[in-house]
Design a protein around this ligand. Structure first.
Ligand code: AMP
Ligand code: MG
Length: 324
């Protein structure tokens, strides 16, 4: 689905002799969310560039999704007989390697092998559930990051519970691929925003882009607005994105593989990283880790704004500077 609206926007601060500055917006529905392309350039083949970027992002979604009827290598792996060798396409093996490295660094807070558990909770299904699964089913569905191993070019899973789910990283990877496509068309001032997860490049006709950080409990309110420019990826994981309240308790889509239940430490975790793939994976990991993950985040050169379960804000020093 594609919604297109090219705006001729008069930018404040733009010099009087300049013509109106064109900001192009185009929205596509994919990866279960609205993906908005914004381009602050009037020259070049912006139309073709956005179409090509959207097609590439759709290709990435098709490659990694574990939902829908279309077959892909991730689904083949997830239904393979435990202990058999499966060769994964390069892009999948590469993202899996990045995922497993982050899983290792976060001691499984980020876990790309919990598709089985995730399906049981059902947050990606339509309509979403309204009550949690029972304890025994959760226990039976759990797996462990060590359930998967690489043997040269092949991969094996060792139990039926061990199933890949790239839901916490593939959106970021798709954004990175989309930006690369825009750049290949000569575009250097743009944003790809996939439901609040974004990578920005350049600026808005000499002004920084202004990016709002959502308040996790006040619909429509912002925690802060950051002026950003250059090449920056900023991604948020939050317990308000997909959730239901059952008997007064909030159940949401980011799971703690230690317990098998939705992670409890945070309301939201926002990460700025060098690319959207890393920002996406680490925002999920830091959401699960909560405040205690900030030291690790700093060691990884990440900028983080974390809102803990009680609504208190914690930041890394570099993020604090941006907020001032
Ligand atoms: P995100 O919204 O980027 O934080 O990713 C959440 C999605 O990633 C969920 O819908 C699941 O598909 C998957 N997921 C849930 N919990 C985890 C986790 N602890 N580690 C990795 N992926 C997860
Ligand atoms: Mg993520």
């Amino acid at each position: 689905m594609r919604i297109k609206h090219t705006l001729l926007a008069l930018l404040f601060g733009f010099s009087a002799c300049s013509p109106t500055a064109e900001v192009i917006h185009e929205t596509h529905f994919m990866m279960g969310t609205l993906v908005e392309f914004t381009i602050a350039e009037s020259s070049g083949d912006t139309d073709k560039a956005i179409t090509a970027a959207a097609e590439e992002m759709q290709r990435i979604e098709n490659l990694f999704t574990i939902y829908g009827d279309q077959q892909n290598a991730v689904k083949t792996f997830n239904t393979s007989k435990p202990g058999t060798n499966i060769e994964l396409p390069k892009e999948i093996a590469s993202l899996l390697n990045i995922s497993l490295q982050i899983a290792k660094k976060t001691h499984g807070a980020f876990d790309p092998t919990l598709a089985n558990l995730n399906k049981l909770w059902g947050f990606s299904q339509s309509p979403p559930p309204t009550s949690p699964p029972n304890k025994q089913a959760i226990e039976a569905a759990r797996s462990h990051i060590h359930c998967i191993k690489q043997i040269n070019a092949n991969w094996q899973r060792n139990t039926d519970q061990c199933q890949l789910d790239f839901g916490a990283i593939a959106k970021g990877f798709a954004i990175d691929r989309g930006i690369e496509v825009l750049q290949s068309f000569g575009i250097h001032n743009a944003i790809i925003n996939a439901g609040g997860d974004m990578r920005i490049i350049g600026n808005k006709y000499g002004q920084p882009w202004r990016i709002g950080l959502k308040h996790p409990r006040k619909e429509g309110a912002m925690i802060a607005t950051l002026p950003l420019q250059g090449d920056i990826s900023i991604v948020t994981s939050g317990d308000y994105e997909r959730f239901y309240i059952h008997q007064g308790k909030r159940y949401h889509h980011i799971l703690d593989s230690n317990t098998g239940y939705p992670a409890k430490a945070s309301q939201s975790a926002t990460v700025i990283a060098s690319n959207a793939t890393l920002a996406d994976a680490w925002s999920t990991a830091l959401f699960v880790l909560g405040e205690k993950g900030l030291k690790l985040a700093q060691q990884q050169q990440l900028e983080v704004l974390l809102i803990d379960k009680d609504g208190n804000i914690h930041t890394t020093p570099s993020m604090k500077v941006r907020l001032q």
